[in-house]
Design a protein around this ligand. Sequence first.
Ligand SMILES: Nc1ncnc2c1ncn2[C@@H]1O[C@H](COP(=O)(O)OP(=O)(O)OP(=O)(O)O)[C@@H](O)[C@H]1O
Ligand SMILES: [Mg+2]
Length: 506
Amino acid sequence: MVSAVNSFGLMGVDSYLVRVEVDLSRSLPSFDIVGLPDATVRESRDRVRSAMKNCQLTFPAGKVVVNLAPADTRKAGAIYDLPILLGILKSQGQLDASLEGMAFVGELSLTGEIRPVRGVLPMALSARALGIHTLFIPAQNAPEGKVAEGISVYGADTLENLLAHLRGEHPLPLASEIPHTPEEVPPTADLCEVKGQFEAKRALEISAAGGHNLLLIGSPGSGKSMLAKRLPSILPQLTYEEAVETTKIQSIAGCLPKGVSLVQTRPFRSPHHTVTPVGLAGGANLRPGEISLAHNGVLFLDELPEFSRGALEVLRQPLEDGTVTISRATGQVRYPSSFTLVAAMNPCPCGYYGHPTRPCTCSPGAVSRYLSRISGPLLDRLDLHVEVAPVNYADLSSSLPQERSAQVRARVTAARQIQSQRYQGTGITCNAKITAAMLPKVCPLSDQANHLLKSAFERLSLSARAYDRILKTARTIADLDGCEVIEAGHISEAIQYRSLDRKYWH
Ligand SMILES: Nc1ncnc2c1ncn2[C@@H]1O[C@H](COP(=O)(O)OP(=O)(O)OP(=O)(O)O)[C@@H](O)[C@H]1O
Ligand SMILES: [Mg+2]
């Protein structure tokens, strides 16, 4: 007899319905899974067989064929253990309950425990979209299941409890009723710990307010890493849509913190400079990489020139499009990767090129070789270039209270609110993402500002991309000021953030 149970597969950040069909026949004992299963799915056979034996269920004596439809998409992971086992029970007549309109995902242990799986949030959302009324997920994934309001989501911890529920003997708790203690988030460091460095702090604020990419360049010990690590403390809250997207990616990557149903804080990823292009872009088992895990947040690359050329070039397309497409022999997926890039670097191998007092010991060739590791196109995509000068003694020893992150964050949030009103319904979230076509409409310039920009464009021979980026940065500076029309002061500050490439990269 043939039975079919609903389950899900993952494709990028979305999920699709998978029908798990099970056919039993009287023939020599065998157990086959078809429908492009990967090695983990094939190993389901052993987990299902042992779980059935250890839960006092009879494994069929004859031939078992499992088909995962649609047959032409690759199925990965251990999520099909549970639907396969239920399909076998249905085909054998060991389970009478109707499974119509229900869907199941879960990995089984050999003793019949239901273990957590990756990607439950996108599955729960697509269950709701597909009209599935009841979804069964592993109890440990219950917080993610909660997000799909409007359908019944049950979290099951063991096969025994799940079967008792399906047989109507003992109901399972709804996912929303399972108590969870979210993991404690360690408090982020505060901006007030950084003494002086007012220009760099201002640039950090502009970057957070408009989502602009930022490059910090300066000598060792000037506080670049310290500043960048405090960026999360001034970033605005995620909107609901952003939170769902970000949580989906973390759910798929399997790095959603325990007990969290929706991520509330913007991601801040800081991969080490030895990261490979695949680690950065994603693609190992078609999973998302660092740039997608940083979606709606910040990707911080400390010691930028130390990253491999391949890794840096990977960033170019996502920085422009906000998505990354990964192609492998096993398939192609697209992940969102709209992040703010923050990079820190020394200006030369010894670190003191351009230092006000300490001489640089590098040869001119060594300096230019070092700087040329950052390609022109990548540099062009960084809106704000900031020189972090060594902090002076007066600032460092001063006991004057510094501005706290909460105060800066309040200004950032106000500027973001202006932006979200301005871009309502356009799909754009912040000034850094404005399209070239929108620029004339959303960046009205005063006459003086227009004049200043024109003369700067001619004098500094700016590229078209630099021109666009100056306008976007000026838009954010004006928003921080609460001005609708961009004034000359906003433009001149924005231009100043593009002057370093001439100092270092000529
Ligand atoms: N502005 C500052 N206020 C207070 N402490 C500072 C400041 N700048 C640097 N420090 C101190 O110096 C240490 C080193 O700073 P940090 O690691 O940020 O330097 P860096 O610019 O990243 O250097 P490198 O180029 O070597 O990576 C910090 O941990 C902090 O103790
Ligand atoms: Mg550093």
